[in-house]
Design a protein around this ligand. Structure first.
Ligand code: AMP
Length: 216
């Protein structure tokens, strides 16, 4: 059983790296942000509760986040383990998590703020199938259209200059300190997130003592 947390600022590649890791190792990727986005897209009651907070780049309340995480992990569909992304984001969430689950490693993707801004403002998402694009590193073949399903490419509602400034501020204020908290109790592997996707994935595998990565 392997249980990892992946931490990093917006646009540091948490989602991409988690997906590559879970694909080969049969782990489950749990993204709290994706769970919330699903609820917003499907107009659920929870979606209505979190929509404004998310689009302003603020953090959803801890009680709600903790209950979502607890419920998701209670599904026990993670026989071989999980990679949790976007959680914990502050000291209280980290304490809740450490009390309830034993973690094998924390992957910390480190990216300077200037690069975060550059990447996030270039990020696009297919409105139909959810595929990620980036106008710098991963452009679609036809401008504004998804290569896979032809759906329209849009920006995430919280990928605006204003919301990003708030998300970065909160990241440094609330999330930076928990890396130290984890550092005392668990293994934290800080990885330079400026390299390319494949180099970072191999670095994660090496640092965590996992089988080598084979590029698709
Ligand atoms: P992400 O995709 O991880 O950037 O998350 C998108 C948004 O969901 C965040 O800006 C928050 O509004 C909310 N969110 C996700 N994870 C958490 C968390 N652990 N604590 C509070 N809010 C969260």
């Amino acid at each position: 059983m392997r249980k990892y947390v992946i931490i990093g600022a917006q646009g540091s590649g948490k989602g991409t790296q988690s997906r590559l890791l879970v694909r080969d190792l049969d782990l489950v990727h749990i993204s709290v942000g994706d769970i919330f986005r699903w609820h917003v897209q499907h107009h659920t009651k929870l979606g209505a509760q979190v929509r404004r907070t998310m689009s302003a780049g603020e953090l959803v309340g801890d009680d709600l986040v903790e209950s979502i995480v607890r419920e998701r992990l209670a599904q026990h569909d993670w026989n071989y383990g999980f990679v949790i992304d976007g959680f914990p984001r502050n000291a209280r969430q980290a304490e809740f998590f450490l009390e309830s689950y034993d973690i094998d490693g924390v992957i910390h993707l480190d990216l300077p703020d200037s690069e975060v801004r550059r990447r996030v403002l270039a990020r696009r998402l297919c409105a139909r199938c959810g595929m990620d694009y980036n106008l710098i590193a991963h452009r679609p073949e036809v401008e504004g259209r998804c290569d896979v399903c032809g759906g329209e490419l849009v920006s995430r509602e919280d990928d605006t200059e204003e919301a990003l400034a708030e998300r970065l501020r909160l990241y440094h204020e609330k999330t930076d300190p928990i890396i130290e908290l984890f550092g005392r109790k668990e293994f934290v592997f800080t990885i330079d997130a400026r390299s390319d996707v494949h180099t970072i994935q191999q670095e994660i595998r090496t640092r965590l003592g996992l089988p080598d990565y084979t590029r698709p």
